[in-house]
Design a protein around this ligand. Structure first.
Ligand SMILES: NC(=O)CCC(=O)C(=O)O
Length: 263
């Protein structure tokens, strides 16, 4: 399958501009044959947390209409990154996923809020997993800081995900953590990881380095340090091959991990 990764230069607080640029890249991805496209985290607002009352998407109405209309028109699955949303006066970091028939197949609120960027002061965390199917492909989706919680991604893999989509705004100073954690998550779960980070102007500090990693841990693509759309061909059948070569799922001992001593 051809995957389009949109390493967007998210404009701080400039919602209309961000929608315009996202649309341009989504259309370009479709014209280049992408079957799935993915956006970064909080692409509608950036981390303009103090302005969420004015600019967060009320009930996700604008984002859902946008993604629904483009996925239907272009016949393409869209993993909609995440957007700042507002429901009942509370704010969330929300991922919407639409399949190529224009159906909403998932809605996920970021489960782990990142204190270093003050998320917990402004946002509510989600409590649900994020599993969905894109045609035959069983997938999971998480948001940025979530990747530091291996048990969270493992739960998605155990529930059937063969690819984990990750949308992020991961800053440059910890980009080595990003790369290492993503690679580890792919190897330990023996699944694909498709991870899209944002880019920024120099004043903010995001340098992309989005990645696609296959289940053996080989990095298939790393994004540039600039805004870009990359179209990468991925053979998802590799998951079964790797899982049968080293049967990690059969060899797990969950009882042991929860303190039960097995004989
Ligand atoms: N937006 C985020 O969740 C950032 C996570 C991050 O930077 C980290 O180091 O973890």
């Amino acid at each position: 399958m051809k995957i389009g990764c949109i390493q967007l230069n998210v404009r701080f607080g400039k919602v209309d501009e961000n929608f315009e640029r996202a649309e341009k890249f989504i259309r370009e991805a479709a014209s280049k044959g992408a079957e799935i496209v993915i956006l970064p985290e909080m692409w509608n607002t950036g981390y303009a947390l103090e302005k969420l009352g004015e600019i967060a998407d009320h009930e996700g109405i604008r984002t859902k209409a946008f993604l629904q209309s483009l996925s239907t028109e272009l016949g393409m699955h869209i993993v909609g990154g995440s957007v700042a949303t507002e429901r009942d006066g509370k704010f969330y970091n929300t991922m919407y996923v639409y399949n190529h028939n224009g159906e909403l197949v998932s809605e996920y609120n970021k489960a782990h809020l990142f204190r270093l960027m003050n998320e917990e002061k402004y946002l509510e965390s989600g409590n649900e997993m994020n599993l969905f199917s894109l045609g035959e492909l069983e997938a999971g989706g998480v948001i940025c800081y979530d990747i530091r919680f291996p048990e969270w991604l493992r739960a998605h893999a155990l529930a059937g995900a063969k690819v984990l989509f990750v949308s992020a705004q991961w800053p440059t100073p910890r980009i080595d953590h990003w790369k290492t954690l993503l690679q580890a998550r792919a190897i330990e779960n023996q699944c694909f990881v498709v991870a899209v980070n944002r880019i920024s102007h120099k004043v903010e500090n995001y340098n992309g380095q989005s990645m696609i990693i296959e289940p053996w841990g080989e990095v298939l693509w790393t994004g540039a340090e600039d805004e870009e759309l990359a179209i990468i061909d991925v053979d998802f059948s590799k998951v079964d091959e790797v899982r049968s070569r080293i049967p990690v799922y059969d060899d797990r001992r969950p009882g042991l991990y929860s303190g039960v001593v097995e004989e």
